[in-house]
Write a protein that binds this ligand. Structure first.
Ligand code: ACO
Length: 398
């Protein structure tokens, strides 16, 4: 038996572990620690390969639609044409929100972040559809449909409400991506814009056991309802080290200002030991394959709608970073180019992460189902570094 010893605690006190942890080193951030088995997604971080259920992301983004990919992720196989038709129809039928949810969104402060609004409104679905029968396949199916269908409507509704407008009802003749863009703007989107947006949703739909998916699985492991599972994952996705980085990338590019400034910016940031947003990934030692695909879509959009001035800065930053960060395996991740695509589509910066969530709901739900199929509640252990048992001090003596 090998004790893990942490020398002293905050008060300089010597610590003897309250628990002996046999041959298990402390792994902050659980880096490299397998905590579940999964057949949903695999990443080869050295070769830059990402696959969902065995299909490479390059194939899916070239040939599939977001709803087809969602079906694949959640149910494990590509749908046949009848299954796809039924799935699309069911999602389309459940896109509307109860007027009570709209009223609730109207009560949210307009200055609030849309991710916070999404987290609250996703959780509120549990109030409306509270039956917690997670061993019932019909309940699971209905919950999947509801979440895939309603999350985009919630994001679009909050966007319009905070601008002082009434939300727009979903349009039954529009496909998933087109309908979301329509609900944001009340304009039918350009077909290329809708196609690229749908591809972005595919690219963000799943990425194995990242922080938000782990959060979803931990919550799922308590056998709570799927709305709580998704709400907890949305909360986790919002942080700047995770999905929130796509907003920060645009702020960083604005700060850099010109392509010529990119090298200096990098040198200063590296000297200050600050992170370059949109760079680095726990899994990848090469450029994130999703960033490669996204960059191509960004270029398609710029060819049709005109170049974004930030794109030249982003490209120069990437070039300059190769020598400075490449040797450490730090390259652009998916967030580096996604913000530029959404910007070109006229989407507000603080909606970038909620859009990530719209897409990632597919992966979270796949993990929810998988967790339920072989559940064991998550309960890791810790190394206690606090005070030893001590005597109670009466108030007057402190
Ligand atoms: N810029 C500069 N240096 C970096 C960066 C970066 N973006 N990322 C990592 N490094 C350096 C660290 O400074 C550290 O250097 P050191 O060993 O000399 O101290 C080394 O690389 C390891 O960094 P960690 O933070 O330990 O790496 P970790 O695997 O924990 O972090 C993370 C991964 C959080 C994504 C990190 O790269 C980061 O903060 N990136 C910026 C934020 C970002 O873009 N997040 C989006 C990730 S993609 C997603 O969630 C969808």
């Amino acid at each position: 038996m090998e004790a893990i010893s942490v020398e002293t605690n905050e008060g300089g006190e010597k610590i003897e572990n309250s628990k002996q942890v046999e041959n298990i080193p402390l792994r902050p951030g659980l880096e490299g620690v397998p905590v579940t088995q999964s057949s949903i997604c695999d990443i080869d971080g050295n070769k830059g390969i990402l696959q969902y259920r065995g299909y490479p992301i390059s194939e899916l983004s070239a040939n599939s639609s977001f709803l087809e990919t969602t079906y694949l992720l959640i149910w494990g196989e590509l749908p046949n044409s009848q299954q796809l038709h039924d799935f699309q129809e069911e999602v389309q039928m459940h896109r509307r929100l109860s007027f009570r949810i709209i009223d609730m969104l109207k009560c949210f402060p307009e200055s609030g972040h849309p991710m916070d609004a999404l987290q609250s409104s996703a959780a509120s679905l549990g109030l409306f559809y509270s039956k917690r029968v997670i061993d019932n396949p019909q309940y699971i199916y209905d919950s999947v449909i509801r979440l895939i269908a309603k999350i985009p409507t919630m994001v679009a509704a909050f966007e319009l409400i905070r601008k002082g407008h009434d939300p727009i009802r979903p349009r039954d003749d529009l496909e998933y991506a087109s309908n979301f863009l329509y609900m944001l703007t009340e304009k039918e989107p350009d077909p290329l814009a809708a196609r690229v947006f749908d591809k972005c949703l595919i690219l963000h739909a799943e990425h194995s056991l990242n922080a938000s998916t782990f959060s979803a699985r931990v919550t799922a492991s308590t056998l709570t309802d799927p709305y709580a599972v998704i709400a907890s994952a949305v909360g986790t996705l919002g942080g700047p080290l995770h999905g929130g980085a796509n907003e920060d990338v645009i702020a960083m590019l604005e700060e850099i200002g010109t392509p010529e400034n990119a090298g200096n910016y990098l040198d200063n940031a590296i000297k200050r030991k600050s992170k370059i947003m949109g760079f680095g990934h726990r899994e990848y030692r090469v450029k994130d394959p999703r960033a490669c695909v996204l960059q191509k879509f960004a270029e398609e959009l710029f060819a049709k709608f005109g170049k974004d001035e930030m794109y030249e800065i982003a490209k120069r930053l990437e070039e300059e970073a190769i020598n400075r960060l490449g040797p450490k395996g730090i390259y652009p991740n998916v967030d580096f180019y996604s913000g530029l695509v959404y910007r070109k589509l006229g989407i507000s910066r603080d909606l970038f992460t909620p859009i990530f969530a719209i897409s990632r709901v597919a992966g979270w739900l796949a993990h929810w189902r998988e967790q339920l199929s072989a559940n064991r509640i998550f309960r890791p252990t810790q190394i206690y570094t606090g005070k030893k048992i001590r005597e109670w001090e009466p108030l007057e003596g402190r």
